[in-house]
Ligand binder design. Sequence first.
Ligand code: AMP
Length: 137
Amino acid sequence: MADTIFTKIINGDIPCHRVYEDDKVLAFLDIGPLSPGHTLVIPKEPAETIDQLSDDAAAAVGRVLPRIARAVMSVTGAAGCNVLQNNGSIAHQEVQHVHFHVIPKSSPSDGLGIGWKSMELSGDVGAKLAEQIRAAL
Ligand code: AMP
């Protein structure tokens, strides 16, 4: 994987507002927050997208995500938060290093806005898709 701006942050070559760090994970404030306290949680392992991340690195991120979300919500007083994880430019990923956004939501107008155009899942389509995904795991 090519180095990204997050590689430079992990290596300490450029600064960040660090909120958490251990040997496998770094969390810091997003430089372009959607709401105050918007935090990025990243594995130190170099992986562009979630499907390329090792189980070990994913587990390390998952272990601290709830704690970081609690701290962010507690400090900002937000009633809720969104955890967002974009993969691929088609899915709005701009930095090609896996990262989880923790975005506090204090009101309907702040934080993450979501366009949620749901479809219907029919029984036979669902059964076939679930079978295919189970087989691919
Ligand atoms: P995404 O669209 O999911 O790839 O989001 C990338 C995020 O990284 C954006 O929210 C940016 O504001 C954030 N970002 C980019 N450069 C930096 C930086 N140097 N420090 C903190 N956040 C950054």
